[in-house]
Design a protein around this ligand. Structure first.
Ligand code: HEM
Length: 389
């Protein structure tokens, strides 16, 4: 089968979007032989339909391209309904906008602390020195970890985050196993001394039932690990991309600095423009025919959310940053259907606070070098070198 694109080709920060524009036009169901071969849905309509149809498109076989398999299953993403649902139901009430609001002061003070260090040396890498720390510390507080474990998780999580994105397999594996150990220790602690399930995810998972039975402990550990993985990399690379965008667009930087009330709306548009995922995957349960091509049952398909959100048939001038788009509800930044992002309120809060603090604490910033693009399954900035004025 011919290769329509090469996901391993070297990229710049902007180049994948040029290629995705070509694919949407010429080859909306694209094929690559990389990583054992996979299909890629490039258009909004196809990505949205597949994400919304969890019986034809399942996640339990392969949920990400390339497939990484150091460890066991991690709900809720690795399971299909109905097995998936009790894990999601346990997490969802703890991730509402109202519930996560308690974390805002913690996030703000962490951001200020990190920015102080960067300001003292005139700038730095917005990803490694800022956005990689924010999600992991936020997560530690959301999980109600004691102070000493927050420091340990912050260090291991940050190491894991950077190693995954840099394709450093050995460090990824070691830090992943350490994160599993930490998740197991947390489970043990909550079994001995449960917290309020309305405020603590591990206790809520321990109390959840499926067909009258408690959830298996290895899958509760897998869930904690899953939230940790999906919850730390996306905010890191998306916020890195926001930094690059603002460094290049000084007028927008000034506007948002002067009118911080526009920041929540700006975050939605940044999430559309810099949607961090291109490799979340499904497997077809039956043959699917599209645009004259046949995807056989059992073949993996990437839902390229990053391409769907720049589809010119849905978003006018899709490569432009525009505040107040009327059809923002069509953004697929947080997916669709049963697996849509359960952590979206926490993600939005982190992004909002991180941007508010960055703009409030700096007078202006510009690029201090070429940004570096991260790799499949994510898309966004791995490095965003900034110079502060
Ligand atoms: C910029 C930040 C984020 C973005 C853009 C994002 C995006 C997404 C997307 C697109 C999916 C759907 C995956 C699929 O269709 O296969 C998803 C699922 C998920 N996300 Fe997020 N996410 C972000 C942050 C977070 C955070 C902070 C958390 C942690 C609490 C989180 C937890 C999850 C979980 C648990 C799932 C799986 C849900 C399920 O299978 O039912 N995400 N996310």
């Amino acid at each position: 089968m011919r290769d329509d694109f090469d996901p391993l080709a070297p990229e710049t920060f902007d180049s994948p979007h040029e290629d995705y524009r070509r694919l949407r036009k010429e080859c909306p169901v694209a094929h690559s032989s990389a990583w054992g071969g996979f299909w890629a849905y490039m258009k909004h309509a196809d990505v949205c339909a597949a994400a919304s149809d969890s019986s034809t498109y399942i996640t339990s076989k392969q949920n990400v391209i390339p497939k990484v398999a150091f460890t066991g299953r991690r709900p809720p993403l690795h399971l299909d309904p109905p097995e998936h649902t009790p894990y999601r139901r346990a997490l969802a009430p703890l991730l509402t906008e109202k519930k996560v609001a308690r974390l805002e002061p913690v996030i703000a003070s962490l951001c200020d602390e990190l920015l102080e260090k960067m300001i003292a040396k005139g700038g730095g890498d917005l990803c490694a020195e800022y956005s990689a720390h924010v999600p992991i510390v936020t997560f530690s507080h959301w999980m109600n970890l004691p102070a000493d474990q927050i420091a340990e998780l912050a260090e291991t999580g940050r190491t894991y985050n950077i190693a995954v994105q840099s394709n450093d397999m050995e460090t990824t594996k070691q830090s992943s196993l350490k994160l599993y150990d930490m998740a197991r220790a947390l489970l043990k602690a909550r079994k001995e001394a449960p917290l309020d399930p309305a405020l603590d995810a591990t206790t809520a998972l321990l109390e959840a039932r499926y067909e009258g039975e408690p959830l298996p402990e290895d899958l509760i550990v897998g869930t904690i690990r899953q939230v940790l993985v999906v919850g730390i990399i996306a905010p890191t690379v998306t916020f890195g991309a926001v930094g690059v965008h603002l460094a290049r667009d000084r007028a927008l930087q000034t506007k948002l600095r002067e009118q911080p009330d526009l920041i929540p709306e700006a975050i939605e548009e940044f999430l559309r423009l810099y949607t961090p995922y291109r490799g979340f995957a499904r497997t077809a349960t039956e043959d699917v025919c599209k645009y004259g091509r046949t995807i056989k049952a059992g073949e993996p398909i990437a839902l390229v959310y990053a391409s769907a959100n720049r589809d010119e048939e849905v978003f006018e001038a899709p490569d432009e940053f525009r505040l107040g788009r009327e059809n923002m509800k069509d953004s697929l930044a947080f997916g669709r259907g049963v697996h849509s992002c359960v952590g979206a309120p926490l993600a939005r809060l982190q992004m909002k606070v991180a941007l508010e603090r960055l703009l409030a604490k700096t007078k202006g910033f510009s690029l201090a070098g070429e940004p570096v693009q991260t790799r499949f399954p994510e898309i966004g900035a791995l490095k965003a070198p900034l110079a502060f004025e």
